[in-house]
Design a protein around this ligand. Sequence first.
Ligand SMILES: Nc1ncnc2c1ncn2[C@@H]1O[C@H](COP(=O)(O)OP(=O)(O)OP(=O)(O)O)[C@@H](O)[C@H]1O
Length: 748
Amino acid sequence: MFTKILIDKMDKKASQQRQQHPQPSMSKSQSIYYPMRVTPHQEISATGTMGVGASNTARPASGTRISANAATTTTTTTTTTNTSHRNRSTRQLTRRVANPLHEDREEVLMNRYFNGRRDLISSGIHASVSSRHHQSVQQQQQHQQLVSRTTVDLSEKLAKINRRAAIKELTALQQKNMQASDKNEEALKELQESIPEISKIFDVHCRIGSGTFSTVLLGTLQRERSLVETQRRRFAIKHHNPTNHPERILRELECMFRIGGVDNVIGINCCIRYNDNVAFVMPYMTHDRFHDIYRQLSLQEVRDYLRNLLIALRHVHKFNVIHRDVKPSNILYNRRTGKFLLCDFGLAQRIAEDGTVMQSNELSSNAVSALMKDMEKSRSAGGLQDGNSAQAEAEDYMANRRVRALGGGVTSPAVDPMANMQKLREQITAHLSKKDIAAQKADTLRLVNRLRLTSPNVDPNGYVINTNNTKKDMHASRAGTPGYRPPEVLLRYPHQTTAVDVWAAGVIMLSMLSALHPFFKAPNDCAALSEIINLFGDVTVRKTAFMLDRLIMLSQKVAALDLRRVCMRFRYSDFFLAPELHRRYRRADGSTELCRNCEQPTFNCLCRHSAHHLEMYDGLDIFPANAYDLLARLLEVNPQKRISAEEALKHPFFSDHHRITSGMPVISPHILQHQHQLRAREPLPSGANAPRTLKPYVSFPSELATASATSATVTASTTTTGGASLTGESGVAGPLAVATPSPTVANV
Ligand SMILES: Nc1ncnc2c1ncn2[C@@H]1O[C@H](COP(=O)(O)OP(=O)(O)OP(=O)(O)O)[C@@H](O)[C@H]1O
């Protein structure tokens, strides 16, 4: 009965629809039989209900019958095969039949259906199935349309963002290139205008570097124009800024001329002056930027780099000259050929007879004229012999490869000894969650902050005072680059020696071993001293200050860190921070116990005299224990005890051709596997006379022999003078301008 009413209503509506959208090819009674397999009850009546026709009985059919009232359809294939949907519709209808209250609701739905269908028809899609079914189909379609529209919208937006980012990047790159080419043009023009003579001798090609005091350009000789490009000798033309003090230029010239040209120290081919403009012509050397390579250098490369640096320093120091600006950007190092040159003597100083460093204005006019005469003599003797052609460089490379093939020389970066390590790293980091990564970052940041912390209350200009009233406070040179200045410079000690350069070499080695560059990054000398205290402890620095008649006042004690563990913590941070390891040491409440001094988890404690149970990570480090011993000697806080370049060259680190790694607890099977790989790579020499590792050098501590993680910095604090008695309470004489360059971290 209710069904009848419903059907009538729907018929009425349908006929209205038909009037609005007449279907010319079908009469009211027309039916279409589709030759498709259907199941019983699959007949679809004109009213859109299924299996409930006028008779409301199930009729087996060999095809899908669609009455003309439902209009023609092309969508039945999907709807008729969707049996679950159909059953649901049937059930719903049955329910509605049983419950008259559904009628009104049904009517609303029907209206919606027909309105929707009208829309569909007008848009070219013909509806043909039951209203409920159609409604859901329609909803599905709408949903799909919406989803696809949203997807299209999103991907369009994404594409737009990408396009915009790419354009931005490209513009920035173009701007950078333009700026670079502008700078290039500018530098070329400036050189040619200020020293016209240059353009008569050289073809100046481009700018290759610039510093605070000069611009360096690449030039080739005009008289070699007829040669193939690769055979032309190349020269670096260092054009000094006209604001440079003439004394400074003269000093650099003297060093390069008298000291340079041998033992990895850059020489000079000629010097051209025109009014107040000066240019040095030096052999050009292609080199790698330290920043690009310091993390990938193998043990052998580190060894070669440091040996070359120490050879250069030994040579410079023989002349009683302090280079004062030893830092990676003043070292030209070619990783392919293994060639090495120490350059930039702009800050070099000679040590006077009385031990003080000579100021530039102390160079006598006699010395200057002697220098000029000597230079002139050498020019007429030959001149411009040392240019370095691309072909010569390629030959060097080939020769180097041959030497390597015979088992010597520098290792090829192509044979990457750290490939296994990289693989292992990838395995470890592959499964890290965002939370793990965030925790790791926080941990490393805490350590960096711990190393770089300076008390905010400290007076950066008055953090150190002279304790010796009787002596006149002499001028102490501060020349050098921040981050590479040694404690004696930061303590304003006037009697500086060549040990200044050795410290800087130690800082470079520290960056290599820790894979952290720059390692020291203080904005001023006071903060720089704090960084040193944070690493070497307050006692060591206070003792040194006392030795140098200096007083520093610290608000807190700071325990020294273990150099090897610090380096390893940065270099192998993925292993130190492996989540599985941290989970193992986690307390019941989920927290991790931290060392109060170094602020690292206790099992990763970096303190030199740690009382905690430590995870050892042995077998992981590519650097042997004696590398850290040398590092500690180069970075000896007390300049009087610091190793010299000559002594350093005799250190076992440079004669050690293999290393022994002791078996230690490991954190995971990955590391075990890696240890195995490492050992496989480093076979012990078989001959009876083969050199053994760890030959005693000066006096080796027993710890070194066991390759334990305890510090190699054994000689760092052997002074018996009580450092603690110097902290002000002891009544040290002198104008106590109290200062506290202290790292305020430690709660020892
Ligand atoms: N002989 C050379 N061959 C190739 N490149 C060189 C040569 N000499 C210098 N350079 C490049 O020029 C850069 C600047 O040179 P240099 O350090 O002598 O100038 P500077 O003005 O004294 O620099 P800074 O202010 O950094 O001490 C070097 O870092 C290096 O990249």
